[in-house]
Design a protein around this ligand. Structure first.
Ligand SMILES: *[C@@H]1O[C@H](CO)[C@@H](O)[C@H](O)[C@H]1NC(C)=O
Ligand SMILES: *[C@@H]1O[C@H](CO)[C@@H](O)[C@H](O)[C@H]1NC(C)=O
Length: 324
């Protein structure tokens, strides 16, 4: 389609190298970015500048972002100063790293919190969501709000996935005519298209797993209560969880480590779950060879039946073989 042509025309023009030191931001992980900070090859301001430029170029096609934080560059400068001054906070893994959050997650700043609905536009939240407080304490930069299936898919049973009145139709960056899946569609689109370093969303039933799957990125679904729901537009108190969408497992674990834990404003659930958080967080369990020697079950029927005869089947078998 013409949209695809537009995207193809735009993508190669993206500046792969933006610092004077040969460091490439595209596809960079949190570890890559922190190393580049440390070696003075990159500043948070350059990083935020890069993402804002990419959002300007690609968002008119992809519709993954609804608002960019007008204070993001100011926050980036603050992070750069803290790093240079070796302030204690600057040792955190998320320090100076831009993150986009789903528009159901409350932020007390210049950004609106609307569940991507015109009904809430202009309302002012009393405070940051519990997870946003934790992100800010870790030094992360809230870059903006990501689009979603309006009201997290609970607007209408017939609404298309990834669609909202405010944001328009979110597009899968790999195949623009294919659904990005929802409801955390914007986050997965942005992670996949390199419009942000990491992203944070919510899931009630499939709202992270499905978009992560369709956009070929990583989502983690934590137990209810591991992450605070305080200040997040709710769907179901029995099922809602707040969780990362990123390009790599390691990045997702870094974000998870930053947001888990007790929050008095979501007292009952986070108190019960915080007992199970391992000392030192989850990153100690990251293991590059974690799949070695494991046996995997593949349930082909009935899940593959509807793809019978399409190119999805050989693609699936190919990726399964790579995993093996
Ligand atoms: C928040 O919504 C208002 C409209 O009520 C708009 O003027 C403002 O630009 C929005 N904020 C951001 C950061 O986009
Ligand atoms: C797939 O289609 C072929 C023929 O088109 C058929 O023989 C086969 O049984 C189908 N498999 C499934 C799982 O439906």
């Amino acid at each position: 389609s013409s949209l695809l042509l537009i995207l193809l025309a735009i993508l190669p023009s993206g500046s792969h190298i933006i610092t004077g030191y040969g460091f490439s931001i595209r596809e960079a992980t949190i570890d890559d970015l922190q190393l580049a900070f440390k070696q003075n090859q990159l500043t948070s301001r350059q990083l935020v500048d890069f993402y804002i430029g990419e959002i300007r170029k690609l968002n008119p096609v992809l519709h993954g972002v609804i608002e960019v934080n007008p204070d993001a560059l100011y926050e980036a400068d603050k992070a750069d100063h803290e790093r240079n001054a070796k302030a204690p906070r600057s040792l955190s893994g998320l320090h100076g790293i831009p993150i986009l959050v789903k528009d159901t997650i409350g932020t007390k700043d210049k950004l609106n919190t609307t569940a991507d609905s015109f009904a809430l536009l202009g309302s002012v939240v009393p405070r940051d969501a519990g997870v946003v407080t934790k992100l800010r304490n870790a030094g992360a930069i809230i870059l903006g709000k990501a689009s979603l299936s309006e009201w997290a898919n609970f607007m209408s049973l017939a609404a298309p996935s990834g669609f909202s009145a405010r944001g328009g139709q979110g597009k899968n960056p790999y195949v623009l005519s294919v659904t990005p899946c929802g409801s955390s569609s914007g986050l997965a689109i942005l992670a996949a298209a390199n419009l942000v370093a990491v992203a944070l969303g919510t899931e009630t039933d499939g709202s992270i797993l499905c978009p992560a799957n369709f956009n070929s990125v990583v989502g983690i679904k934590p137990t209810v209560g591991l992450t605070s729901r305080a200040g997040v537009i709710p769907v179901s108190p029995r099922q809602d969880t707040i969780r990362p969408i990123c390009r790599t497992v390691t990045d997702a674990v870094y974000v998870l480590d930053a947001i888990v834990g007790f929050d008095p404003r979501d007292n009952e659930a986070t108190k019960a779950a915080s007992v199970f958080i391992p000392q030192g967080g989850y990153r100690q369990f990251l293991n590059e060879n974690g799949l070695k020697g494991k046996r995997m079950g593949v349930v082909r029927e009935p899940f593959l039946d509807s793809y019978n005869g399409t190119s999805a089947i050989p693609a699936f078998e190919h990726h399964l073989n790579v995993l093996k």
